[in-house]
Design a protein around this ligand. Structure first.
Ligand code: NDP
Ligand code: 2IT
Length: 453
């Protein structure tokens, strides 16, 4: 006899199921847990979400495509990599999300990223579903020709799974404008179509103004909104930032523009601490050094007097007022969060995706410091990607000042949405809860409208 299906499972049983169905995928389980903690509370008295098994369905990707990517290196050797596209949910628009090239990439990381992207994209207010893709290809130390051949081979399979109204990839770790160019070129060559199938494109062929800056700038706008909500501002604040890629350097740039002082940046080798502050000139040097010269952040300490390099360490023990983790997942652990709190840090905005582990999130929540999760704080990048899609559909390019104010408006809107569900009676705002519920509700209500599909 069939057991009666239990519609109202509680959180521990739900998570037990997620763990069982996704063995060896700790990042994915972690991302689901962080969302489920808030959603279970929210849907407690909402029978329609239980009956339709909404969270269970969002936590099961629509599909995971995995494929082989062969390419030839400069020595004529054949190399084999794995490629993926995780299409998580398209209830409110075409799948949308970046492509990551990183040696340590795996299905767990991509599933967590696609899951998070679903809520993030909903929060922007734009019609985009959630997806993510990438490869365990390591771009470090590769020649430009090797990168081009890899991107072409990767797209030769990916092209059949994407499309301007189906799934629109963009950049992420290890994938910037150059890689998007190579992939767009190959897509166009195979399909003979010029469409907005990728975002983050060059301005000459359909890219949008301010897309490169949007994630970092947007994260600082969100931080500014949180501070202003408590009657504070960025001016005079000491900021500790991790990473030195697209998101970190643009976050640093915006902090400096708004009168703050940036004390640190990092890469996978360690962090640099510059007590005099990392000014715009120094940020320009880092951008050129990290991207064009493919240098390491450690070289900063040789270039600028007074700065020190701390090998193998993260910057979270440097005294600061605000912190922006902008490198990668699980780079800020429970002990780091406690150190930040003890040193008087009042606000944290995640530029990266899930940089804080669950212990860290719980520590920030308990200490009631302002803490913006990535799905809210770093949504500026995908939001301007959404605007790039609109411009491509319209076959027009909007002006920079228009896009600047649209980005600002979108970040203000996300902050408002977080307040709707995260503002508590004691005046503290739980931004994690606010973002999770606001993102969930939009996707969930669309899914309810479709019935069981
Ligand atoms: P980049 O490739 O431009 O830069 C990544 C930075 O993170 C580099 O400084 C890199 O150091 C560092 N890093 C990467 N892996 C690790 C690791 N395992 N440990 C320590 N440091 C590491 O990527 P982005 O700036 O685009 O992305 C950074 C984060 O922001 C990611 O979490 C991404 O998902 C997220 N994000 C990006 C958006 C975008 O628009 N680009 C949008 C929203 C979120 P090294 O050079 O040594 O590898
Ligand atoms: O994590 C992210 O939001 C991104 N890497 C950007 C995705 C996009 O489609 O612009």
């Amino acid at each position: 006899m069939n057991a009666i299906y239990q519609r109202h499972v509680d959180l521990p049983h739900f998570m037990e199921g997620v763990k069982k169905r996704n063995p060896h995928q700790p990042e994915f389980v972690q991302a689901v847990q962080e969302v489920a903690e808030d959603i279970f509370e929210f849907i407690d008295d909402k029978e329609e979400y239980h009956e339709a098994q909404i969270l269970r369905r969002i936590a099961e990707p629509d599909r995971v495509v995995s494929f082989r990517v062969c390419w030839e290196d400069d020595n004529g050797s054949i190399r084999v990599q794995r490629g993926w596209r995780v299409q998580n949910n398209n209830a409110i628009g075409p799948y949308k999300g970046g492509i990551r090239f990183h040696a340590g990439l795996n299905e767990s990381v991509l599933k967590f990223l696609a899951f998070e992207q679903t809520f993030k994209n909903a929060l922007t207010g734009l019609p985009m579903g959630g997806g993510k893709g990438g490869s365990n290809f390591n771009p470090k130390g590769k020649s430009v020709r090797e990168i081009m051949r890899f991107c072409q081979s990767f797209m030769t399979e990916l092209y059949r799974h994407i499309g301007a109204d189906v799934d629109v990839p963009a950049g992420d770790i290890g994938v910037g404008a150059r890689e998007i160019g190579f992939m767009f070129g190959q897509y166009k060559r195979i399909t003979n179509e010029f469409t907005g199938v990728l975002t983050g494109k060059g301005l000459e062929y359909g890219g949008s103004m301010i897309r490169p800056e949007a994630t970092g700038y947007g994260a600082v706008y969100f931080l500014e909104n949180m501070l202003q909500h408590k009657g504070e501002g960025i001016e005079g604040k000491r900021a500790v930032i991790s990473g030195s890629g697209n998101v970190a350097t643009h976050a640093a740039e915006k902090i400096v523009q708004l009168g703050g002082k940036v004390l640190t940046l990092s890469d996978s080798g360690g962090f640099i601490h510059d007590p005099d502050g990392i000014t715009q000139d120094k940020i320009d040097w880092i951008k050129a050094h990290k991207t064009r010269r493919r240098g390491r952040i450690s070289d900063y300490a040789d270039e600028f007097k007074g700065a020190t390099f701390h090998e193998g360490e993260t910057p979270w023990r440097v005294e600061c007022d605000v912190a922006l983790p902008c490198a990668t997942q699980n780079e800020l652990l429970g002990e780091d969060a406690k150190a930040l709190i003890a040193n008087g840090c009042i606000a944290v905005a995640e530029g990266a995706n899930m940089p804080t582990d669950l212990d860290g999130v719980h520590a920030f929540k308990e200490a009631k410091i302002m803490f913006a999760p990535g799905k809210a704080a770093n949504a500026g990048g995908v939001a301007v990607s959404g605007l790039e899609m609109s411009q491509n559909s319209e076959r027009r390019a909007w002006k920079e000042d228009q896009l600047q104010s649209m980005l600002r408006e979108i970040m203000d809107g996300i902050h408002e949405r977080c307040l709707t569900y995260g503002d508590r009676r004691d005046g503290h705002v739980d931004y994690v809860k606010g973002a999770n519920i606001a993102g969930f509700k939009k996707v969930a209500d669309a899914m309810l409208a479709f019935g069981m599909v």
